[in-house]
Design a protein around this ligand. Structure first.
Ligand code: 3PG
Length: 397
């Protein structure tokens, strides 16, 4: 990886525009998790301390371009940033054609996705953004899989474009786990569908020693082994893929571990009655919503022996108490493990917060889609653009 690093540049007196991913969950105007905001603080504090004039830029949600919609305003984020940084971070509503920083060393620019051309990476828009700054800092690892004006286009036009510390840390931590992991390597992949994580499973099956599959994904593997999954969500057209992945793992001396017992119910609701079943005993009318107690015991013991652990996706419907034991046990086992642990993905981050294990996991990625793309071995467009910029600079000097 060859990118210019913000920490290597002279920032004093410079106008720096930092693209962060401040796309946080907001309910009724209140931020429900500020993990992504807190992750940006070291970058921001570094720049302020170095004497730069800081403009922060981010998207929030997926508004229709060209329109302001209050529900997608970054106002709650500006407020939270002001609290966390203990200084005023004003929100600038209208900024694309230039604005005055006045006496403020730091400002937050309103949602970049209100601007027409952001999503399609318009070069006009990217050039306007670039004119605002002396240095553009791409720090939004979680949006680095998007080819948009504020993540990619601007890199070509800014006087200097570099990577921020958060992005660099993410890339280094993920590279370490993918390229030089200590063995045994264990991955836990949950979530609802094999189809959305097929590429990830394909990559992991070539690299890990044990791959545990939970959530709806496990149901397709259970069905591939010839068991009935009742009315559970599963993907019949991916049964062949599931079988193929299991064969691939076996050929390498690795294993795909699916649950041997599960928690079932007739429906997903707060008051639905749940029961534990061996996978050979699931009734036609039942749905699988969590891994069972034997599976928990087994998986926890596998995680305990691992030297490297990667966790993406809850293994059950953990938002309901009666289906949360599996995800809670995995969260605790990953946190208690002596191996190097890394976790990422939106639902995984929510589980980590609920079970309060964040400070015991070695690296928590801020990325959802970007985290998966990186692990799948895909090139992230913003990182490619930063590398291209650095290569151009090298030629010139
Ligand atoms: C995310 O939440 O994964 C990032 O902020 C990217 O958001 P997007 O999927 O709306 O581009």
């Amino acid at each position: 990886m060859r990118m210019l690093a913000m920490s290597d540049l002279q920032l004093k007196g410079k106008r720096i525009l930092i693209r962060e991913d401040l796309n946080v969950p907001i309910k009724n105007g209140k931020i429900t998790s500020d993990a992504r905001i807190r992750a940006t603080l070291p970058t921001i504090q570094f720049a302020l301390k170095a004497g730069a004039s800081v403009m922060l830029m981010s998207h929030l949600g997926r508004p229709e371009e060209g329109h302001y919609e209050a529900q997608f305003s970054l106002a709650p984020v500006a407020e939270r940033l002001s609290t966390l940084l203990e200084q005023d971070v004003p929100l600038i509503q209208s900024w694309i054609n230039g604005f005055a920083m006045e006496a403020h060393p730091i400002v937050l620019l309103e949602n970049v996705r209100f601007l027409t051309g952001e999503k399609e990476n318009s070069s006009d828009l990217a050039q306007k953004m670039a004119r605002l700054c002396d240095i553009f800092v791409m720090d939004a690892f979680a949006t680095s899989h998007r080819t948009e004006a504020s993540t990619c286009g601007i890199i070509d036009y800014a006087p200097t474009s570099c990577a921020g510390p958060l992005l660099i840390n993410e890339v280094e931590a993920l590279t370490k786990i993918m390229n030089h992991p200590k063995r045994p390597v264990v991955a836990i992949v949950g979530g609802s569908k094999v189809s959305t994580k097929l590429n990830l499973l394909e990559t992991l099956v070539q690299q890990v020693d044990s791959l545990m599959v939970g959530g709806g994904i496990a149901n397709t593997f259970i069905a591939a082994e010839g068991y009935t999954v009742g009315k559970s969500l599963y993907e019949p057209d991916l049964i062949d893929e599931a079988e193929r992945l299991m064969v691939t793992a076996k050929k390498r001396g690795a294993e795909i571990i699916y649950p041997t017992d599960v928690i079932v119910a007739e429906r997903l609701s707060e008051d639905s009655e749940s029961s534990a079943r061996l996978i050979s005993q699931v009734d036609d009318g039942e749905k699988i919503y969590d891994i069972g107690p034997d599976t928990i015991k087994h998986w926890v013991s596998v995680i305990k022996k691992a030297k490297t652990i990667l966790w993406n996706g809850p293994v059950g419907a953990f938002e309901f108490e009666q289906f949360s034991k599996g995800t809670r046990a995995i969260a605790k086992a990953v946190a208690d493990s002596n191996g190097f642990s890394i976790a990422g993905g939106g639902d995984t981050l929510a589980a980590i917060e609920i079970y309060d294990v964040a400070n015991k996991i070695d690296y928590i990625s801020t990325g959802g889609g970007a985290f998966l793309s990186f692990l799948e071995g895909k090139q992230l467009p913003a990182i490619a653009a930063l590398e291209k910029f650095a290569a151009k600079q090298e030629k010139v000097t």
